[in-house]
Design a protein around this ligand. Structure first.
Ligand SMILES: O=C(O)CCC(=O)C(=O)O
Ligand SMILES: [Fe+2]
Length: 318
């Protein structure tokens, strides 16, 4: 597993990432209270404020007409570019899904504002976007950042504890759900296999949250990252953020541009032409190729020596 970053922006000294990861795997969700310091959450909210103002209400039974959303948050907030690389968050995500991929990728960023009067969202498992078999592996980890205090009244995310261990096709009784009540600046982690939904907002003020979702590097991400962040946008990102948003190959060679790492598009004035296709393989692939070529060389040598190896022994007799 390729580790992405080791930023100094956040102080993670008293955060036990391993404990968070094991709770997440045990219960399907875990809350890290007040993970962001007040200055960071203030900067984030300040940058997102105008976008919440400008955002449209949703359409359809799932998104709901009383809820505003917008994506592509990394192009709208410099602070979000820091937060998406939070080392404790990446530690948790890598511990939970890192074994099933060579590197992570960003699945989506989505700001969600549930307005007063919004009904409860229909329960769902986010992993249902992918058609692969369910239960054998985790596909993704969601991180819901609380931009306001999340309360029982204002639409805190609802989760069904241990639902990631239940039948992935099944709905569970509403009474079994818990609300992710947490102060502003907290992070709620939950698995793609965990049944959850936005809560009803019975308060007088909107509830704002920001989802940052990470998935296995070989999946199609829910939000098309290369369109959300085309090269002229991604070139302003720190390289590790651009890599997380798709400007790197998942070995072997997945997501390449002209046979090279797509980060070649983030420098220079124009897209380079006629690049040499360049191997981007794992050690095991090189090992297999080496075995193949060694075998080939041995057979050619044998043929050239009339079926005998260097000691004169007939190879057919071996
Ligand atoms: O807003 C929330 O609390 C959760 C939203 C959600 O789960 C979704 O839209 O997929
Ligand atoms: Fe969801």
């Amino acid at each position: 597993m390729q580790t992405i970053t080791n930023r100094q922006t956040f102080d993670s000294t008293d955060i036990d990432g391993d404990a968070l990861a094991s709770r997440l795997l045990a219960d399907g969700y875990v809350i890290a209270p007040a993970l962001l310091d007040p200055a960071s959450i203030d900067r984030l909210c300040g940058e997102l404020d105008p976008h919440f103002e400008a955002a449209s209400f949703g359409r359809g039974m799932f998104y709901g007409a009383e809820t505003k959303r917008f994506g592509a948050v990394l192009r709208r907030s410099r602070e979000a570019q820091e937060i998406v690389m939070h080392p404790s968050v990446l530690h948790v995500v890598e511990s939970v899904i890192g074994a099933w991929c060579q590197c992570l990728q960003l699945n989506l960023t989505q700001a969600i504002e549930i307005h007063p009067g919004a009904p409860v969202q229909a329960p769902h498992r986010d992993q249902d976007m992918w058609a692969g078999p369910k239960g054998a592996m985790q596909y993704m980890v969601n991180v819901m950042w609380a931009l306001d205090d999340f309360t029982n009244e204002n639409g805190a995310t609802r989760l069904w504890p241990k639902s990631h261990l239940a039948n992935p096709e099944e709905m569970l009784p509403d009474e079994d759900a818990v609300s992710a009540v947490m102060p502003r600046g907290s992070a709620l982690f939950f698995l793609g296999s965990t049944l959850h939904s936005g809560g009803a907002n019975r308060s007088a003020k909107p509830r704002r949250g920001l989802i940052m979702s990470y998935c296995l590097g070989w999946l199609k991400p829910w939000e098309n990252q290369w369109l959300a962040y085309p090269p002229h946008i991604a070139r302003s990102f720190p390289p590790d953020v651009a890599a997380l948003a798709g400007y790197r190959q998942h070995l072997p060679s997945l997501g390449n541009y002209e046979g090279q790492c797509p980060s070649v598009l983030l420098t220079g004035d124009r897209a380079p032409e006629h690049l040499p296709f360049t191997d981007a393989l794992k050690d095991e692939h090189y090992e297999l190729m080496r075995q193949y070529y060694d075998g080939l060389a041995a057979r050619e040598h044998e043929a050239a020596n009339g079926g005998r190896d260097d000691s004169g022994v007939s190879l057919a007799a071996k």
